[in-house]
Design a protein around this ligand. Structure first.
Ligand code: 5RP
Length: 233
């Protein structure tokens, strides 16, 4: 099975999981990326079953609009029932690396507001230790020099993602050389404390609640239960 087919199968499984939970007042958070795009296309057939969606990026907002799904501004809602998004890496604590699509800041905000965070990945992203995927970090443009030096002190090798400006008007650096990230929470906090960093792509302080992993053998579902995961199907 190609990776693209696995993403489709995963999106279908996640849709099957959320449909019974929807009601006319539900507001969903919707992530960014190719896996989430497949989910949006499927969700469009059920737009009468929920109120609206909050987008984690301009690209997602456009796709939701195109599919006739009502989009809400995050500042107009108090909480989100569910947030569905992909990831670049996930471990058995359902800690993630995200930001391959440069939308990590809004994704982290949407995740923070959501009662349930459902992550959808193909099995190439399911890893023992995070950090082989270069860690995306959104930075204020004028801080590039300073942040580069600070990250080098931590043993990382930051590479500017050329030609990319985030939805917030900032830059993205991708940090190689951090593998294995032994203490994701600690590293997330440490990076948060560097002046100039807006958001780092470690999602550990707010990890996923449920993950769907598609492999050629089928879709496995794990639930985050007190710092380690439990297979539920
Ligand atoms: C965007 C993300 C995406 O969820 C991540 O890059 C995975 O993307 P895809 O589903 O295309 O593999 O974090 O910022």
């Amino acid at each position: 099975m190609e990776q693209d087919e696995l993403k489709q199968v995963c999106a279908e499984a996640a849709l099957g999981h959320i449909l019974p939970k929807l009601n006319p007042d539900s507001i969903l958070g919707i992530g960014t990326g190719s896996t989430t795009n497949k989910f949006i296309t499927l969700l469009a057939n059920h737009k009468d079953k929920f109120q609206s969606a909050v987008a984690s990026s301009e690209a997602t907002k456009q796709l939701l609009d195109k599919n006739g799904i009502t989009v809400s501004d995050l500042n107009d809602v108090n909480f989100l029932d569910l947030y569905i998004d992909g990831a670049d890496e996930a471990n058995s604590k359902l800690e993630l690396i995200k930001g391959g699509g440069a939308a990590l800041t809004q994704e982290k905000i949407v995740a923070a507001v959501s009662k349930n965070f459902i992550c959808i990945i193909d099995n190439s992203k399911w890893v023992n230790k995070l950090g082989a995927f270069p860690l995306p970090i959104e930075i204020i443009p004028s801080s590039l020099n300073f942040v580069t030096k600070e990250i080098k002190k931590m043993g990382g090798n930051p590479i500017l993602r050329h030609g990319v400006i985030t939805d917030n008007g900032n830059l993205i650096i991708d940090v190689e050389g951090l593998y294995p990230i032994k203490a994701p929470k600690k590293m997330e906090e440490q990076l948060n404390n560097i002046t100039g960093i807006v958001t780092n792509g470690i999602f550990s302080l707010r990890a996923a609640d449920i993950i769907f992993i598609a492999s050629p053998d089928g879709v496995t579902q794990y639930k985050n239960s007190s710092s380690t995961c439990q297979q539920i199907s």
